[in-house]
Design a protein around this ligand. Structure first.
Ligand code: THU
Length: 172
């Protein structure tokens, strides 16, 4: 499946035995996601590794974001000679989705590594976590930090970004 307009034909919540292995400290809520969805998102994120523009760090990252409407938006990191304009794979995926009218999200998978080889887990940076917090329910949005389809950690966003500054602080 390749990106934006494709739909995932599996329900977000599946039977108990099909739930994704949960690495986080908090128990998964009733609407946790399935192992199947995690694997599919990881596969989509992996496909983005060759698209990464990372001539400075050589660290390529791919992300796949699942919307509540079950579309997948993918992203890669895009670096810049001036360094600070660099954007991470997660934000690329979010901004693509938001720019097309998406506002509700279920999960994101992230995979990355030097020269596109994911030998370790790549956790979202603080800025990306903050962008996720803008659009997601922290208790219901899941972050999949993967090395492969078979080897990943699953967290709820509230575990990765506790006590956050959020739209609520501004009365939204
Ligand atoms: N990067 C991401 O795209 N996502 C992450 O979760 C961590 C870091 C990118 C930014 C930069 O292009 C490269 O990885 C090295 O920091």
């Amino acid at each position: 499946m390749s990106g934006e307009q494709e739909k995932l034909n599996v329900p977000v919540c599946q039977k108990k035995g099909e739930l994704a292995p949960f690495a986080g400290a908090l128990p998964p809520s009733a609407d946790t996601i399935s192992d199947l969805i995690c694997r599919e998102l990881i596969a989509e994120a992996k496909k983005m590794l060759p698209m990464a523009y990372a001539p400075y760090s050589g660290f390529q990252v791919g992300a796949a974001l699942l919307t509540a409407s079950k579309k997948i938006y993918t992203g890669c990191n895009i670096e810049n000679a001036a360094f600070s304009p660099t954007v991470c794979a997660e934000r690329t995926a979010f901004f693509k989705a938001v720019s097309e009218g998406e506002r509700e999200f279920t999960a994101i998978a992230v995979i990355g590594g030097k020269n596109g080889s994911p030998s370790d887990y790549t956790a979202p940076c603080g800025v990306c976590r903050q962008v996720m917090a803008e659009f997601c329910n922290l208790q219901k949005f899941y972050v999949i930090i993967a090395r492969s389809e078979e080897d990943y950690w699953l967290y709820r966003l509230d575990e990765l970004l506790p006590i956050s500054f959020s739209p609520k602080n501004l009365g939204r």
